[in-house]
Design a protein around this ligand. Structure first.
Ligand SMILES: C/C=C/C(=O)SCCNC(=O)CCNC(=O)[C@H](O)C(C)(C)COP(=O)(O)OP(=O)(O)OC[C@H]1O[C@@H](n2cnc3c(N)ncnc32)[C@H](O)[C@@H]1OP(=O)(O)O
Length: 258
């Protein structure tokens, strides 16, 4: 493992993303996450999982530096689908997963956190889906999951303004469970919560985790599929190219509507 580390303590696995500088969700990070889920699912010493980011951020999203090599809409749609599959697996994971979010959970980073079963945040963490600043749209099922947590109007506002909210606001909006003053308090609270779940009967926990997933309908999956397709289409517009180039060149994008 190069980008993820796992430490197990009292039936709780702490998974840390360590992909400096921003813990971007690159294809290698996704591959490792998938392998880690395989291992944690089988491991009888693991009954709950805490996911955290090493360094300044939880995760700043999909790896924008990897976007530059992608030319075709179908290739961009496939990138979205690959992320969607891993996050779907995470959401369906039979053991509870808690995201402990500090710094920033943006774009694919928030989509990662939204696939976890609970989210604890620092008060000043930034949570948002800023893809429209890049001339893109969310692609890892964020368009479908966000509204489930915050409702239609707030999801619309967050995506269309592309502006992040704080950890405190995320709790108020129903996106996060609770906010803590700093990273140390956040991690302590995440471990306490995870240990409470880990102390319950694994069979009852597994049953609850399965039952909570039945809220997803076929319309949800149609939405996710359409999201990947539209991500591919938007990705190949001139505005999509301009947005990504502007981010990498550290300048404001100029969108032409093409
Ligand atoms: C389907 C899914 C799609 C997506 O997820 S698209 C991505 C959506 N996410 C974003 O748009 C967030 C982009 N990043 C930011 O807004 C900012 O960054 C932060 C708020 C996270 C941090 O800002 P600050 O503290 O001013 O640092 P900094 O100089 O902007 O970034 C530090 C280094 O991190 C790299 N970085 C940040 N986000 C990403 C990313 N998502 N993918 C790849 N690299 C990223 C930068 O480029 C830079 O790197 P260097 O030091 O080499 O210049």
């Amino acid at each position: 493992m190069n980008f993820l580390s796992v430490a197990v303590e009292e039936y709780v696995a702490v998974v840390k993303v360590n992909h400096p500088p921003a813990n971007a969700m690159s294809s290698k990070v996704f591959a490792e996450l998938s392998a880690v889920l395989d291992e944690l699912e089988k491991n009888g010493h693991v009954r709950a999982v805490v996911v955290h980011g090493e360094g300044r951020f939880f995760s700043a999203g999909a790896d924008i530096k990897e976007f530059t090599g992608i030319e075709e809409a179908h290739a961009a749609a496939e990138l979205a689908q690959r992320g969607q599959i891993v996050f779907e697996r995470l959401e369906k994971f039979p053991k509870p997963v808690i995201a402990a979010i500090h710094g920033a959970a943006l774009g694919g980073g928030l989509e990662f956190a939204m696939s976890c079963h609970m989210r604890l945040v620092t008060e000043n963490a930034k949570l948002g889906l800023p893809e429209l600043n890049l001339g893109l749209i969310p692609g890892f099922a964020g368009t479908q999951r966000l509204a489930r947590y915050v409702g239609f109007a707030k999801a619309c506002e967050l995506m269309l303004t592309a502006e992040p909210i704080t950890g405190v606001q995320a709790v108020q909006a129903g996106l996060a469970n609770a906010a803590y003053a700093d990273e140390a308090a956040l991690l302590e609270a995440a471990m306490t919560l995870a240990k409470k779940a880990a102390a319950k009967s694994p069979s009852s926990v597994r049953a609850v985790m399965e039952l909570l997933q039945t809220v997803k309908t076929s319309q949800y999956y149609e939405g996710v599929q359409r999201e990947a397709q539209l991500f591919g289409e938007v990705f190949t517009t001139e505005d999509g190219k301009e947005g990504v180039a502007a981010f990498l060149e550290k300048r404001k994008p100029s969108f032409s509507g093409k």
